[in-house]
Write a new protein. Structure first.
Length: 328
C-alpha cells in the first residue's frame, strides 16, 4: 500500500466536483499490474460519468477517467504476460485520473516501440472508436460517402484521415467554427460544413446532388436529430454513438420507414473490445495505421491533472479541438 494523487468525484455535478486528492493505492492484486502514468486521455464520456448521465459502476465516490498510458512498475500474483518496465496503454478501465493506478491485464495493450506514451494515451479511446466505426459498424471502403459530425473533435480528426486511407469517395464533416473547419480539411475531409452559419442538411443534399450519404456518424445527439436522418440515402445507416449536446429524445422507429427504410445503431467501444482478443485486434489496427503515417495523432491541448476541472469546462464549452491530455 502506498499513496498517490487522483481526481476524486464525491458528488455528481459540474466541473467543480473534480477534487484533486491524495488517495491510498494498494499493491496490484491477482491479474493486475501497477503503472506510473505518463498521460491520461480526456473524453466526453468522462463528462457523462461526472454528471451522472452514465452511472459509475461502483457508485460514489469514484476516480474519473477511462484512458491512459504509462510504464508498469509492479505486477500482481499470476501475471505472466506483462513485466516491470513494459510500456502499456488502455481505454475503458475506470479510474484513469491518477498519477499511479492498478489495471487488470485484460484491459491493457503493449505500446509498440516508436509510439510515444503521450501519443498512445491520446489515441486509445478515440482511435479505437474510429476503428470500430469505420471498419465494423459500417465497413467504409472505396466509393463510400459519409457524414461525420464533430469532425474537429478527437474521434473526428482520426476518422477523417482513416476514412480517406480506406478510399471513401466523399467525407463530409460538420464543425462549429471556421478555425475548426480548417483543422478538419487538413485531416481528410473533402467538404466541411460550419453548422453555425449553414444548414447542414441542406448542404449535404447540395453536395451529394440530392442523393444523401451512405452513413452518418453522430456523436452530438440532441442538436443533430432528426437532421442526421435527412442526410441519408435510402437504406442508409445512422450511427449514433454519443450525445455531447444532450440526450436524444425518444425515437419513433416509424420515422426510419418514412425517411427511406433507414437503419440505426447505438454502438459503444466496449461492446467491440469485450475480450482480450478483440481489444488486441482493435489496438493493432490502430497502431498499424498510425505507424504507417496515414493517420496522425495531434495533441492539441494539455492540462495538469490537478486542473481536470478546467479541462472539463473547456471541453463542454467547445473551446477544445482534437485530442486533450491530462498530465500527472
Amino acid at each position: 500500500m502506498k499513496e498517490t494523487e487522483a481526481i476524486v468525484i464525491h458528488e455528481l455535478g459540474g466541473p467543480e466536483v473534480l477534487k484533486y486528492e491524495t488517495v491510498d493505492l494498494p499493491d496490484p492484486g491477482p491479474g493486475e499490474v501497477q503503472i506510473s502514468q505518463a498521460a491520461i486521455g480526456l473524453n466526453f464520456i468522462d463528462v457523462y460519468f461526472r454528471t451522472g448521465l452514465y452511472k459509475a459502476p461502483n457508485g460514489l465516490p469514484f476516480i474519473g477517467g477511462r484512458e491512459g498510458a504509462g510504464t508498469v512498475t509492479a505486477v500482481g500474483p499470476g501475471v505472466t504476460d506483462f513485466a516491470v518496465g513494459d510500456r502499456v496503454a488502455y481505454a475503458g478501465a475506470a479510474g484513469a485520473y491518477a498519477r499511479e493506478r492498478n489495471v487488470e491485464t485484460g484491459q491493457l495493450v503493449k505500446v509498440p516501440e516508436g509510439v510515444p506514451l503521450e501519443t498512445a494515451a491520446a489515441m486509445m479511446l478515440k482511435g479505437m472508436t474510429a476503428e470500430y466505426l469505420l471498419n465494423r459498424t459500417y465497413e467504409v471502403g472505396p466509393g463510400t460517402t459519409l457524414l461525420f459530425h464533430a469532425a474537429a473533435g478527437g474521434v473526428g480528426l482520426i476518422a477523417g484521415q482513416w476514412a480517406k486511407a480506406l478510399g471513401a469517395s466523399l467525407i463530409i464533416g460538420t464543425v462549429g467554427s471556421e478555425e475548426k473547419a480548417e483543422l478538419a480539411r487538413a485531416h481528410g475531409y473533402t467538404h466541411v460544413i460550419n453548422y453555425k452559419s449553414e444548414n447542414f442538411v441542406e448542404r449535404v443534399r447540395e453536395i451529394t446532388e440530392g442523393k444523401g450519404v451512405d452513413v452518418v456518424y453522430d456523436s452530438v445527439g440532441k442538436d443533430t436529430y432528426p437532421g442526421s436522418l435527412d442526410c441519408l440515402k435510402r437504406r442508409g445507416l445512422w450511427v449514433t454513438f454519443g450525445q455531447s449536446s444532450g440526450p436524444l429524445p425518444p425515437v419513433d422507429l416509424a420515422i426510419l420507414n418514412q425517411k427511406g427504410s433507414l437503419f440505426v445503431t447505438r454502438p459503444s467501444l466496449y461492446a467491440y473490445i469485450a475480450t482480450p482478443q478483440e481489444l488486441g485486434a482493435c489496438a493493432k489496427a490502430l497502431f498499424d495505421i498510425v505507424q504507417s503515417d496515414k493517420v496522425r495523432i495531434n495533441i492539441n491541448q494539455t492540462y495538469p491533472l490537478a486542473e481536470a476541472g478546467r479541462a472539463h469546462a473547456d471541453l463542454e464549452a467547445r473551446k477544445t479541438s482534437g485530442t486533450t491530455l491530462l498530465i500527472p
